[in-house]
Ligand binder design. Structure first.
Ligand SMILES: NC(=O)c1ccc[n+]([C@@H]2O[C@H](COP(=O)([O-])OP(=O)(O)OC[C@H]3O[C@@H](n4cnc5c(N)ncnc54)[C@H](O)[C@@H]3O)[C@@H](O)[C@H]2O)c1
Ligand SMILES: *[C@@H]1O[C@H](CO)[C@@H](O)[C@H](O)[C@H]1NC(C)=O
Ligand SMILES: *[C@@H]1O[C@H](CO)[C@@H](O)[C@H](O)[C@H]1NC(C)=O
Length: 307
C-alpha cells in the first residue's frame, strides 16, 4: 500500500514539474526573468571566432569579466581588442584544447591571475568533414580530443571552485550531430554524442550532490559561421542554415534562465522525439527528402585562419 501511495505522490509531483517546464519553454524569448552576471567571470573556449566571440560580446555587454581561450592567437586577440573597446574587463590565453596537460597549465594560470570561474562555456570545436574511410587517423583522434575529451579537463579544473561556493554554470555547445548521425560526419557525430553524454552524466552527478551548479547543453543544426562552409540542404526554407547571431540570442536566453537543454531551431525537439520512435527506413527517407544525407557532399570548411 505504502509503495503505491508513494508512487502516486511522485507521479503527481512529476506532472506538476512537467506543466511548469512546458509553460516555461513556451514563453517567447526575453519574457522569463534572467539571472544577473554582472561582475561574474565567464570563461569561453573557442572565443577567437564564430559563436565563441559573439557570446563573449553578449556576456561583456551584461557586465561580466571574460576569460578567452583559443588556439588561434590572432583571432582571440581581435576578440579581446573589441571587448576592451567596449570597456569590458577581459584576458586572453592561447591554449590547445587537444592537449590535456596544456588545459591544466592554462587553468592554473587563470586561477592565479583572474581567480574563480563562475560560468564555463565549452564551445571550441572542430570538424574534418571526411567520410570514415577517407579521414586521416590523427584528425579523427583530434576531433574527439577537442570536442569531447577537453570537456572533461576544463570542467575538472573549474568545477571544484563552483562546488565550493555552491554557484556556477557549465555550458556545453554540442550540436544536433550529437542527437543523430550524418554521412560525412562520423568523427564529428561521435564526438558530439560524447558531449551530450557528458552533459547528461555531469548533470546527474550534480543533482545527486544537491549542488546549485547549473548545466546547459546546446544542440543547433548548421550555422553559417564558416566552420561548415560548403554544406547545403535541399529545402533551405524547411531546413535553414542558422545565423550565428540568432543562435547566440537563443544560447544567452537559455543560459540566463538556467535552461538545461536547448535545441535550435524549435522543430528539432520534434525530430529528437521522432528519431527515438521511427524505424531507420523512415528516417532515411526523410534524410533524403531534406537533403541531409548529401548535405556534406560539397563541404569545404574553414579555408583559412584555422591553426
Ligand atoms: N557552425 C555550425 O554549423 C555548428 C553547428 C552546431 C554546433 N556547432 C558547434 O558550435 C561550436 C562553435 O563553432 P563555430 O561555428 O563558432 O566554429 P568556429 O570555427 O568559428 O569556432 C571554433 C573556435 O574553436 C577554436 N579551436 C579549434 N580547435 C581548438 C583547439 N584545439 N584548442 C583551442 N581552441 C580551438 C577555433 O580556433 C575557433 O576559434 C563548436 O563546438 C561547433 O562544433 C557549430
Ligand atoms: C589536471 O587537473 C585536474 C584537476 O585539477 C587533475 O585532477 C588532474 O590530475 C590533472 N592532470 C594532470 C596530468 O596534471
Ligand atoms: C542535459 O542534461 C539535462 C539534465 O539531466 C537534461 O535535462 C538534458 O535533456 C540533457 N541534454 C541532452 C541534449 O540530452
Amino acid at each position: 500500500m505504502q509503495d503505491i501511495l508513494e508512487s502516486v505522490v511522485v507521479t503527481l509531483h512529476a506532472i506538476c514539474l512537467l506543466i511548469i517546464s512546458t509553460i516555461r519553454n513556451c514563453f517567447p524569448m526575453g519574457w522569463l526573468l534572467r539571472k544577473d552576471v554582472r561582475g561574474q567571470t565567464v570563461l569561453i573556449t573557442g572565443s577567437g571566432s564564430g559563436l565563441g566571440r559573439l557570446m563573449a560580446f553578449e556576456f561583456g555587454k551584461l557586465g561580466a569579466r571574460l576569460v578567452l581561450w583559443d588556439i588561434n592567437e590572432q583571432g582571440n586577440k581581435e576578440t579581446l581588442k573589441e571587448l576592451e573597446a567596449m570597456g569590458v574587463e577581459a584576458k586572453a590565453y592561447t591554449v590547445d584544447l587537444s592537449e590535456y596537460k596544456e588545459i591544466n597549465r592554462t587553468a592554473d594560470l587563470v586561477k592565479s591571475e583572474v581567480g574563480k570561474v563562475d560560468i564555463l562555456v565549452n564551445n571550441a570545436g572542430i570538424v574534418t568533414g571526411k567520410k570514415l574511410l577517407q579521414c586521416p587517423d590523427e584528425l579523427m583522434v583530434k576531433t574527439v580530443s577537442v570536442n569531447t575529451n577537453a570537456l572533461f579537463f576544463t570542467t575538472k579544473n573549474f568545477l571544484p571552485g563552483m562546488l565550493e561556493s555552491n554557484k556556477g554554470h557549465i555550458v556545453t555547445i554540442a550540436s544536433m550531430a550529437g542527437k543523430c548521425g550524418v554521412a560525412g560526419l562520423v568523427d564529428y557525430c561521435a564526438s558530439k554524442h560524447g558531449a551530450v553524454g557528458f552533459n547528461d552524466s555531469l548533470a546527474s552527478e550534480l543533482y545527486a550532490l544537491k549542488k546549485d551548479v547549473k548545466t546547459t547543453v546546446v544542440c543547433p543544426i548548421y550555422i553559417n559561421t564558416g566552420m561548415f562552409d560548403g554544406i547545403a540542404t535541399k529545402w533551405p526554407t524547411l531546413l535553414p542554415i542558422l545565423s550565428p547571431e540568432y543562435v547566440v540570442d537563443c544560447i544567452m536566453e537559455a543560459v540566463l534562465t538556467d535552461r538545461a537543454f536547448l535545441a535550435i531551431p524549435k522543430f528539432s525537439y520534434i525530430f529528437i522525439a521522432l528519431a527515438g520512435l521511427l524505424p531507420t527506413e523512415v528516417l532515411n527517407l526523410y534524410g533524403d527528402h531534406f537533403g541531409i544525407t548529401h548535405s556534406m557532399d560539397h563541404f569545404k570548411g574553414r579555408q583559412s585562419r584555422q591553426a
